[in-house]
Design a binder for this molecule. Structure first.
Ligand code: ADP
Length: 634
């Protein structure tokens, strides 16, 4: 018996116990080896001009024997000589496949060799306590057997095998407290693993599946006939073999792409858009990405796992790789396949490297471009999409403190009070008045309510458009964007925002002076609720409104109130503005002239409360408000 070198023993132990997080991965490794051996045979036969070998005959077989507790993976590939068995399987971290790939005279166009680390084979010891490899090399008359229990060493001896190729026979471990190994003796479970990890291996992977069928009912069968079944086995090809993402867009139909999407990502709807990318050069890859029509139910939950499936040479490496997409495009599904990734040794994880960054960058740009195209060409579809996913974009801008604004700001839609439909920020700019310096918005509960708020209607009366923002995140998002094309955002309920002309402002100033006693009395009645009462230059029809004095807007105040346990919630400071053109102003002035303080105080409270209601804010004492109204009606 040949001994493993001491380091090898340690390494083997490490392999079996710590490199892989997932035991089932052994099957992917062994099938990848078999596929490599078929590739090598094919390339070598072309070099040798050997026309006895046709690609169609090359295949991989898996078989289980429950009684013997064996799982066998066979191929009719290039096989190994006794020396090769010793060298390739006796030296851990020696990859015969990598040697093959690196030998200069190989025409690499034709091969997609998967192996590179020289460790995959040993993963079989995670599930097997004894492994036999019987192999007959291409062009050789004799077969040999490599055998090991993975602990002490291995033996190589002469053996019997009729055809060229290799059988890897795994003697499956008994179940223990930690793991169940019996499932590797169930051909249906094996089929599922093949589908999961090796579906796009380009050679058929076949196995015998047990089936049963009902026998025809005999003609003379009586009423008490019970159906009879016969059991038989049928050889099935487990893998679908065609990696649809490697095809150019012209080579596949929309139906095929849609079917692939629905099948793979468990969606009942066709995707909203399909993006196919093919890159060659320093980093080569194929990507097939889908924007779903509807968000998965858990999209905004903590449990949602985003990411695209990552393949390398048609073998699945990761089901959901997060690093290939920015957070804000987390709803994108799809596949990225690249032979150039720096995989780590277990091929379960990948190193965070330049290649990956480069791919992410491309994907990000492409998804954005595709959405912009939809926005431009199919507005209705985009609006529907934005209604479902747009919240995530706004949240991403806010959450990254504006870092993602250049990526996302042109994908945002806000409801225009003027056009009564969603518009982009750029469309808002296109319709701005010549002398307009800022982008106006209003923040509140619903579009309907906002559109009626005095601050909005007065802006509209002056022909300024206002973006109506009913989404909690809206104002925070706009604050994070800060400026769009050098235009700042301004809440229409901000006191500092003044639509009035110079003349109107002068008049208001004079009115404030003339009515200082009246406004003092009103302010006195309202106490700390308001910082002051003033003559408005913004109002057209409404009698009065409130504006925010300082950084906390009315909408933000409302939003913050919804947080159950926040203490010392900042509140907006309110200013009560009275419309000098409204009849109520005359009534107030008359009351002042008549020295009717009680009337002024009652009116002040009613006006303030109804201004709060018009903004969708709560009033402090609804009972007192209705009492005051009733007293007027009496
Ligand atoms: P890797 O596949 O990364 O090279 P492995 O440890 O899985 O590493 O395999 C080691 C080597 O053994 C391979 O490079 C290949 O030369 C050889 N080998 C493994 N399985 C087979 C097979 N089924 N047919 C032919 N050669 C094989």
């Amino acid at each position: 018996m040949r001994k493993f070198k001491a380091e090898s023993k340690k390494l083997l132990d490490m392999m079996v116990n710590s490199i892989y997080t997932n035991k089932e991965i052994f099957l992917r490794e062994l099938i990848s080896n078999a596929s490599d051996s078929l590739d090598k045979l094919y390339v070598t036969s072309l070099e040798n001009k050997d026309n006895t070998i046709t690609r169609g005959d090359l295949k991989i077989k898996v078989a289980v024997d429950k009684d013997a507790r064996t799982l066998t993976i066979s191929d009719n590939g290039i096989g190994m000589t006794a020396e090769e068995l010793e060298k390739n399987l006796g030296t851990i971290a020696h990859s015969g496949s990598l040697d093959f790939k690196n030998s200069e005279d190989k025409d690499l166009e034709k091969v997609d060799i998967i192996g590179q680390f020289g460790v995959g084979f040993y993963s079989s010891f995670m599930v097997a306590d004894h492994v036999e490899v019987i192999s007959k090399a291409y062009g050789s008359d004799t077969a040999n057997k490599w055998e090991s229990d993975g602990v002490e060493g291995f033996t190589v001896s002469e053996a019997q095998r009729d055809e060229r190729g290799t059988d890897v026979i795994l003697h499956i471990r008994e179940d223990d407290d930690d793991s169940s190994f019996d499932r590797y003796l169930n051909i249906n479970a094996i089929r599922n693993l093949v589908k999961r990890y090796s579906d796009y291996i380009r050679y058929p992977i076949q196995g015998d599946i047990e089936k049963s069928r009902e026998l025809p009912k005999p003609e003379d069968a009586g009423d008490d006939y019970t159906p009879q079944y016969e059991h038989y086995t049928e050889t099935e090809t487990f893998n679908s073999m065609i990696p649809i993402w490697t095809k150019k867009k012209s080579e596949v139909t929309d139906e095929e792409l849609n079917e692939f999407y629905k099948d793979h990502f468990h969606d009942s709807d066709d995707p909203l858009c399909t993006i196919s990318l093919h890159a060659e050069g320093t980093v080569s890859y194929d990507a097939l990405l889908f924007v779903p029509k509807n968000p998965p139910v858990d999209l905004y939950s903590k449990d949602f796992k985003r990411g695209v499936a990552l393949y390398s040479n048609n073998v699945m490496i990761m089901e959901k790789c997060e690093d290939l997409l920015p957070d804000c495009f987390g709803f994108v599904r799809g596949v990225v396949d690249s032979p150039d990734l720096n995989l780590n040794i277990s091929r379960e994880l990948l190193q965070h490297d330049r290649q990956l960054k480069a791919i992410e960058h491309r994907i990000e740009k492409k998804v954005k471009a595709e959405l912009e195209k939809l926005l431009k060409d199919e507005r209705e579809k985009y609006e529907d999409f934005f209604g479902k996913f747009g919240h995530g974009f706004k949240y991403a801008i806010y959450n990254t403190f504006g870092a993602q604004k250049s990526l996302l700001e042109d994908l945002l839609l806000f409801y225009s009070a003027k056009f009564e439909k969603p518009i982009t920020l750029s469309e808002y700019l296109d319709n701005m008045k010549n002398d307009q310096e800022e982008i106006y918005y209003a923040y509140g509960d619903t579009v309907n309510r906002l559109s009626k708020s005095p601050n909005v209607t007065s802006a509209l009366a002056k022909d300024f458009d206002v973006l109506l923002c009913p989404d909690n995140i809206d104002e925070f998002c706009l604050m994070s964007i800060g400026e769009y094309n050098e235009k700042k955002f301004h809440n229409v309920s901000d006191e500092a925002l003044d639509f009035g002309s110079e003349e109107e402002k002068e008049e208001a100033k004079k009115s404030d002076e003339d009515n200082s006693a009246l406004f003092e009395t009103m302010k006195g009645a309202l106490g700390d609720e308001v910082t002051k009462v003033v003559t408005s230059t913004r109002l057209t029809d409404a009698a009065c409104c409130i504006t925010a004095d300082g950084p906390v807007s009315l909408g933000m105040e409302k939003y913050l109130k919804n947080f159950p346990d926040a203490q010392d919630k900042p509140e907006a400071k309110h200013i009560l503005e009275i419309n000098p053109k409204h009849a109520i102003f005359e009534t107030l002035k008359n009351a002042q002239a008549a020295d009717d303080t009680e009337k002024i105080e009652t009116y002040a409270k009613i006006l303030y409360d109804q201004a709060l209601l018009a903004e969708g804010l709560d009033i402090a004492d609804p009972a007192a408000y209705s009492e005051a109204i009733l007293s007027l009606m009496k």
